[in-house]
Design a protein around this ligand. Structure first.
Ligand code: ZN
Length: 139
């Protein structure tokens, strides 16, 4: 079955922090507020309980392994002063997760819908029960 919304389109929409289904609305109200549903097409962005673990893992992974660890390595290897390294890691550990929150949601939606493009509302088969992995809808 051909996809109405291709992986290339999904990639572009998610990189622009837009709804991967319609591409007409942002997925975030503000820096730290992610919409539950797309205001344009109604697709669930926060799909079910536990769906938020994806963005948290991405956020944590980037903060820990891209920012904190390299800074500490620079500090302990005396490339930069250890007090500076510790100060930077302390500040980054609080600020970056907030600054990167909506971007981590976009990355999570990108990964999710690149792996499962048929989960997008516009890619579902005709006559689909519209439930698929929407666990909240099943209850
Ligand atoms: Zn939408």
């Amino acid at each position: 079955m051909d996809l109405k919304i291709t992986r290339k389109v999904i990639f572009k929409r998610c990189m622009d922090s837009l709804c991967p289904n319609c591409g007409q609305a942002k997925i975030a109200k503000s820096l730290i507020a992610i919409l539950v549903k797309c205001p344009h097409c109604g697709m669930l962005i926060k799909r079910s309980n536990g769906f938020f673990f994806g963005p948290i893992c991405i956020n944590y992974g980037i903060v820990a392994f891209v920012l904190i660890c390299p800074t500490l390595i620079l500090g302990f290897s005396e490339v930069i002063h250890i007090n500076l390294a510790l100060s930077l890691t302390f500040i980054m550990s609080f600020t970056f997760p907030i600054l990167f929150y909506s971007a981590s949601w976009s990355l999570w939606l990108l990964i999710y819908y690149l792996c499962l493009p048929k989960e997008l509302y516009n890619n579902r088969a005709e006559g689909s029960d519209d439930l698929l992995f929407d666990e909240d809808e099943r209850l």
